[in-house]
Design a protein around this ligand. Structure first.
Ligand SMILES: [Zn+2]
Length: 469
């Protein structure tokens, strides 16, 4: 009995080792020559005309001798920045499941097709804010080397009802946090319908379990926003959480929110792009149809965003005016948080209608710049600062020897113009080099698959099928 257990364990371990070596052995050694490095370290001194060696999954050296076997990438006139981090995403994953063990999920999602969109945009880490078991599976596919994709941080979402994990009493809340930890989520997301006492208990328990907390400000705190700012509430998931609590939409009110965040050590994901796109969709669905990246969106979501668009259905002049007011207020929020010195990290709510995985982060960066951040502050929000909040800043988020090689090679300098983050010449994802040609091929594969399968993913028909109608 004992030896059988031991054998199983050995088999398990060696499987793990094989998987790791597969991912590593695929990586060649590269040298990027004559490149300008924007390291995004705290002082961020640009290193001009540098030599960067990438070996295995990591940055081996900067301006040191070049190994003989290194493949050369010409970096002349180009700019090297850390891979980007989207701090608020919702990734498509397999589901929903029927109760029959002989059946798989009703909808199967090709992980590579989804993650190609991040890779193509230089997004090398994402924070999944409503994680399910399937997302742990996706992360494993990437770590095994079966799929090229970003690193994925996982937050389990707990709400007062209507969610995978729900809690309506403090003791249930605490137990749910412990279960989430056991299932493998590193972070907790608190959501809108939690009652006050359960919300506070969840955050307190998360601190005990060493899990950071991101989330919404539950509607139970309306009019008493400050009460929600309990110790260990680490990150507000979008500026909209404050506009839901606002009644004046003034600079003064934005300042009040900034001060309470500062005092509590709570950071902010402004998520400006989401409301900008919501306001556009409330006006017309052409804003979705005409997105350059729409063809890369999974056909099920293409269909849903058009035939079942919650922002467009029953839209009115009043609603549009309200959304416009929120867009303005969120800019005031960013200005106030900057003035108060509250760290902000970039996130997009990718996966919600009109917000396309990977592509949306570049829109967010541009909006953050327009809201008053400098280009360097914008880049920090999607690199070093985001890594810091996730507590992986010793591994990613800057261009330094010893860090994982998550890098973007740009044709133009993003410190001159933040839109230059889209001028991608190639991307290192965990040490694997993917040049522009490969990126274009990967994207066109996704587009072809989407076009070939469009017929099978009519949103309303799929819903009927899932319901067994
Ligand atoms: Zn979200």
């Amino acid at each position: 009995m004992k030896s059988l257990k031991l054998l199983t364990l050995i088999a398990f371990i060696s499987l793990g080792l094989n998987a790791q070596s597969k991912a590593e052995s695929e990586n060649d050694t590269y040298v990027v020559k004559n490149v300008n490095i924007i390291p995004m370290t705290t002082n961020n001194e640009v290193i001009e005309n540098a030599t960067v060696v990438v070996e295995g999954q990591k940055i081996l050296s900067i301006n040191k001798p070049i190994p003989n076997n290194a493949k050369i990438i010409d970096g002349k006139g180009k700019w090297l920045i850390p891979g980007l981090i989207d701090m608020h995403v919702h990734n498509l994953a397999d589901g929903p499941y029927t109760s029959y063990p002989t059946r798989g999920p009703a909808i199967h999602i090709d992980t590579q097709n989804l993650f190609t969109l991040y890779v193509a945009n230089g997004v090398t880490t994402v924070f999944e804010l409503s994680a399910r078991a399937e997302h742990i599976g996706q992360r494993n596919e990437i770590l095994r080397g079966d799929v090229i994709g970003p690193r994925i941080a996982l937050a389990g979402l707990i709400d007062g009802g209507n969610a995978n994990m729900t809690a309506t009493t403090p003791s249930d809340g605490r137990q749910t946090v412990r279960l989430a930890k056991g299932e493998g989520y590193e972070f907790i997301k608190v959501y809108s319908q939690l009652n006050k006492e359960t919300y506070k208990a969840i955050i307190d328990e998360a601190e005990k379990q060493n899990m950071k907390v991101v989330g919404h400000i539950p509607s139970a705190f309306e009019g008493q926003t400050e009460e929600a700012f309990v110790p260990h509430f680490g990150l507000v998931a979008h500026a909209e959480e404050f506009s839901k609590q606002a009644d004046q939409f003034t600079d003064e009110e934005a300042e009040r929110f900034a001060k309470m965040s500062k005092k509590n050590g709570t950071w902010l994901i402004p998520n400006l792009s989401n409301l900008v796109y919501i306001a556009k969709q409330a006006r017309s669905l052409d804003s979705v149809r005409n997105l350059e990246s729409f063809k890369y969106v999974h056909p099920l979501m293409q269909s849903k965003w058009i035939v079942s668009n919650q922002y467009n259905e029953g839209s009115s002049a009043n609603r549009i005016a309200y959304f416009d007011k929120l867009v303005d207020f969120h800019i005031k929020i960013v200005k106030a948080f900057k003035k108060e010195g509250v760290p902000m990290v970039a996130g997009t709510d990718a996966g919600t209608s009109g917000i396309v995985w990977g592509f949306s982060l570049h829109d967010e960066l541009k909006l953050l710049k327009e809201a008053g951040l400098t280009n360097e502050e914008v880049l920090a929000s999607a690199t070093r600062l985001a890594a810091e909040w996730l507590e992986i800043d010793d591994k990613i988020g800057t261009v330094e020897a010893g860090k994982f090689a998550d890098l973007i090679l740009l044709d133009k300098n993003p410190l001159d113009n933040i839109s230059n983050t889209k001028e991608i010449s190639g991307v290192f994802v965990n040490g694997k080099w993917i040049d522009k040609n490969k990126i274009d091929t990967m994207l066109s594969d996704v587009e072809q698959w989407n076009n070939a399968n469009k017929e099978n993913y009519n949103w309303k028909e799929v819903l009927r099928k899932i319901r067994g109608e």
